[in-house]
Write a protein that binds this ligand. Structure first.
Ligand SMILES: Cc1ncc(COP(=O)(O)O)c(C=O)c1O
Length: 392
């Protein structure tokens, strides 16, 4: 007789582009008893959750909720609700996820103008201005705030004011940034903003926050045709967040407990304190990489603190380094995507994964992995530079 299958996932140090480490408080929230979606306790939780979602988006938007599904479901909800077939859209593509936004806009039936930038550079506002003028009558502009494929942090306010000047909505992807990098939906003029639960919020994947400004809701209410997706229709989803809720689909009850707990942890620390802590830890990690002779792909002014693309030094087999980190220490970092495959490692400091002890272990383990390949690195230089910056 064969042995029964026993699933016992290992404990990893998740320093990749997500998911991030899940705090014990969130894991135990998941294990609480499942109730019905009409249960008074759950209805109360949904309203509390909305308050915390407004906190993390930094918005007063009434239409703030979470979509049942991965970040891509919220991405599709943003696009399918904003755009009707035949509408014009501008999409800024500076990496893999900007291109996903383009593909979704095209599937929504929009006439899409692409503003393309090199991987590793942000989109220039002047390029967006020119695209808006050329396309004319654009309904929505889409852009990624934190591009996980390149480690670029995109400035938003200037793009938002260009979109508004042209009467267009601004859709912003914050899947890799919200809760870890400064973002202010209302103050910056972002109309539809979505994220995932599994990165900087450190709840598990499957329930994805989204917010719609009053301008966005006015445009959605004025549509001539219903949203292309019944499941992702914002108007239908919002009825599910009413008190009392109306049945739309069966919500992910236990994922809501997890998201609530993840957001409470952010609220207890204070969003501003948290983004400052992540930035400081990232800057110290960059100093550590530099002390080991490595360079970052993205110039510091556009570098995303939650996801760093660090260039693979000459003479190093990048896949072997990742395998060493995983096998010897259970550390996950990830290789480059598309044109960056084999050229960079992607190192995440998202949510609960952003801890100095993890970075110290990573730097020390990378040094050992380089030495195992016969590449010399000044002993302890990475850890020393990191510690010095953290103490400063
Ligand atoms: C910037 C960005 N947008 C969208 C997504 C899609 O999210 P998900 O994989 O949860 O569907 C990701 C996932 O890595 C991402 O990093």
């Amino acid at each position: 007789m064969s042995e029964p299958f026993v699933f016992d996932p290992p404990t990893r140090i998740l320093l990749g582009p997500g998911p991030s480490e899940v705090p014990a408080r969130v894991l135990s929230a998941l294990a609480r008893p499942t109730v019905g979606y009409m249960d008074p306790s759950y209805v109360g939780l949904m309203q509390e959750l909305r308050g915390l979602l407004r906190m993390v988006f930094d918005t007063k938007n009434d239409a703030t909720l979470a979509i049942t599904g991965a970040g891509t479901a919220a991405m599709e909800s943003a696009v399918f609700n904003a755009l009707e077939p035949g509408d014009k859209a501008v999409v800024c593509v500076h990496g893999y996820f900007g291109d996903r936004l383009r593909q979704i806009m095209e599937r929504a039936g929009a006439e899409v103008t692409v503003v393309e930038s090199a991987w590793g550079s942000p989109t220039r506002a002047t390029d967006v201005e020119a695209a808006l003028a050329k396309a004319g009558d654009v309904k929505a502009v889409g852009i990624v705030h934190g591009e996980t494929s390149t480690g670029v942090r995109q400035d938003i306010p200037e793009i938002a004011s260009l979109a508004h000047k042209n009467d267009a909505l601004l859709i912003v992807d914050t899947v890799a940034s919200l809760g870890g990098v400064e973002f202010a939906a209302d103050a910056w003029g972002a109309d539809i903003v979505y994220t995932g639960a599994q990165k900087c919020i450190s709840a598990v994947p499957g329930f994805s926050p989204i917010t719609f400004s009053d301008r966005a809701m006015a445009a959605i209410n004025a549509r001539k045709t219903p949203c292309q997706s019944w499941y992702l229709d914002a108007l239908l989803n919002l009825t599910y967040w009413d008190t009392p809720p109306k049945y739309h689909h069966t919500g992910p009850i236990n994922l809501a407990y997890a998201l609530y707990e993840g957001l409470r942890i952010i609220d207890e620390e204070g969003l501003t304190n948290r983004t400052a802590r992540v930035k400081k830890t990232a800057q110290a990690m960059w100093a550590g990489f530099e002390a080991m002779g490595m360079s970052m792909l993205v110039p510091e002014e556009s570098r995303l603190p939650t996801l760093t693309t660090v260039c693979v030094p000459d003479g190093i087999d990048e896949a072997k380094v990742r395998a060493y980190l995983m096998q010897q220490h259970g550390i996950e970092i990830v290789g480059g995507l598309g044109p960056l495959a084999g050229k960079v490692w992607r190192v995440g400091l998202m949510g609960a994964s952003c801890q100095p002890r993890h970075v110290i272990l990573l730097l020390a383990a990378m040094e050992a992995a380089f030495k195992a390949q016969g590449v010399s690195v000044p002993s302890g230089a990475g850890v020393a530079a990191f510690s010095e910056r953290m103490a400063g």
